[in-house]
Design a protein around this ligand. Structure first.
Ligand code: HEM
Ligand SMILES: *[C@@H]1O[C@H](CO)[C@@H](O)[C@H](O)[C@H]1NC(C)=O
Ligand SMILES: *[C@@H]1O[C@H](CO)[C@@H](O)[C@H](O)[C@H]1NC(C)=O
Length: 428
């Protein structure tokens, strides 16, 4: 049975090569890698299905399954001078403990497996995030969790320049209003922790689960206002602002929280937070060491069957936006601080979305993803010689996401209004 499926898959590949001979002349994800992704996803999903919890966040607890090793093969190893680290504490910690390659450049399957093994990220979310990275910040198969990788590490066939990694993906991936990282145009970098921002995070009044969403969401509102007050080029982009910015907050509790029988949905205390953010010392005199993010001793990830998925993330995203409607206010400062102006969403989307209904149903996340999809061809023209392969890979990833959501059909976008925002470069 397996053997014949394999032959069928080969036959499909052979047909594709015949149908699209141009694939041979530019970079594309190898068929073997596509099969690898499907295999990993199937294995993880089959495991998860056995114990799928009916209410997200209310799983059981199984210490042996959820314990995440940080010893032996997974002992902490500090980054060397040529190793890449960047704005994402989760990925930095995974790399430092050998769950993805130590140099900081990994393939899509490695990101999917690693985020599941360490954090219990669902395969739908992981596959989307990883493919998006591979297309916009990498060479379609691999990407760097920091800046541009050294020459020779990624394929250069079909690329117009060196892939910039996620540190170099401002407005495409990397966003303003990050919890601990600076706004790019305010500080000139977007990945080095600003200790005062961590101090503020650490000083939040704790919720019932420690640094849970009741602590993190008001902190996000405060950070949002700081960008309005201090960054003349603040831009709350349709994708980076609406979909990436909330992840940078919800991931802190949803993934870093320590799961236990007492708190199956996780409790996040200050020590675990410091470990994942590579912070030492005491409040008032914290120190950040670049690239030393660690998985704490005796730490437990999300339960099997309770993976953090796109629909789960969408619930968190909307809850935050209902409390703080400004989060969905796409727009920014117009060149001076305190000049925040929202775009007219109706104009931007040809009437398909409007600000009044953006927080309803799946609209917000639909808008963010559909905007990114519509904007992709233009962005990709600056990255690849021909955009057929990257676009088809990206559209595959989007199709899988849209299958899980109910989205109105966005047909075109009109980005003329973005000219008012000097910080919007890279968003379309
Ligand atoms: C393939 C999967 C992932 C990708 C592509 C990814 C990518 C990114 C990117 C581009 C940023 C910068 C966003 C910004 O500017 O604010 C970021 C930030 C962040 N990521 Fe990830 N990430 C992934 C997985 C994870 C995981 C598993 C965690 C688990 C804890 C995590 C936690 C965070 C946090 C907390 C931030 C905000 C950091 C800060 O500003 O303080 N991410 N990630
Ligand atoms: C996680 O929770 C368990 C059970 O309460 C506890 O034994 C362990 O020390 C905690 N881990 C961390 C890193 O706080
Ligand atoms: C929106 O479109 C209408 C009709 O084309 C135009 O009159 C209006 O100025 C536009 N508004 C913005 C903010 O671009």
């Amino acid at each position: 049975m397996k053997y014949s499926l394999y032959l069928a898959a080969l036959a499909i590949c052979a047909t594709e090569v015949v149908a699209f001979p141009s694939n041979m002349f530019h970079v594309d994800m190898p068929e073997e890698e596509k099969r690898e992704i499907a295999r990993i996803a199937a294995r993880i999903e089959a495991d998860a299905k056995k114990r799928q919890v009916s209410v997200p966040g209310l799983p059981g607890f199984d210490a042996s399954e959820q314990y995440v090793s940080n010893t032996g093969d997974h002992a902490f190893i500090a980054p060397g001078p040529n190793d890449l680290r960047g704005p994402c504490p989760g990925l930095n910690a995974m790399v430092n403990h050998g769950y993805i390659p130590h140099n900081g450049v990994a393939t899509v399957p490695q990101f999917i497996q690693g985020t599941y093994d360490v954090f219990g990220m669902a395969t739908d979310l992981a596959a989307f995030l990883a493919v998006y990275g591979a297309v916009f910040d990498g060479d379609l198969t691999s990407w760097s969790i920091g800046g541009p990788p050294p020459a020779g590490l990624l394929s250069s066939v079909g690329l117009l320049g060196t892939p910039q990694g996620i540190s170099g993906s401002h407005n495409k991936y990397e966003s303003d209003v990050s919890p601990t990282r600076p706004d790019l145009y305010e500080y000139g970098d977007d990945y080095k922790v600003i200790v005062s921002q961590f101090e503020e995070l650490y000083a939040q009044p704790l919720g019932p689960k420690g640094y849970d969403l009741t602590a993190l969401t008001p902190f996000r509102a405060s950070r949002f206002q700081q960008s309005i007050d201090n960054n003349p080029y603040f831009f709350n982009g349709p994708f980076s602002g609406v979909a990436v910015q909330p992840a940078a907050y919800t991931f802190i509790y949803r993934f870093m929280g320590n799961k236990s029988a007492e708190h199956p949905d996780g409790y996040l205390d200050g020590e675990v937070l410091k470990s994942f953010f590579s912070i030492t010392g005491e409040p008032g005199s914290f120190t950040w060491t670049e690239g030393y993010e660690r998985i704490p001793d005796n730490w437990y990830k999300r339960a099997v069957g309770d993976e953090y998925s796109i629909p789960y993330f969408q619930i968190d995203l909307v809850a935050a936006a209902l409390e703080y409607p400004q989060f969905l206010d796409v727009g920014g400062n117009t060149g001076k601080t305190n000049t925040f102006t929202g775009v007219d969403i109706t104009n931007l989307t040809g009437g398909v979305f409007n600000l009044e209904t953006l927080a309803q149903g799946d609209n917000a996340i639909c808008f963010a993803y559909q905007f990114a999809q519509q904007a992709a061809p233009d962005v990709l023209k600056g990255l690849f010689l021909t955009i057929t392969a990257p676009l088809s890979q990206l559209n595959d990833a989007f199709a899988k996401v849209f299958a899980e959501l109910s989205c109105p059909q966005l047909k075109s976008i009109d980005t003329a209004q973005f000219a008012n925002y000097p910080g919007s470069k890279g968003a379309y």
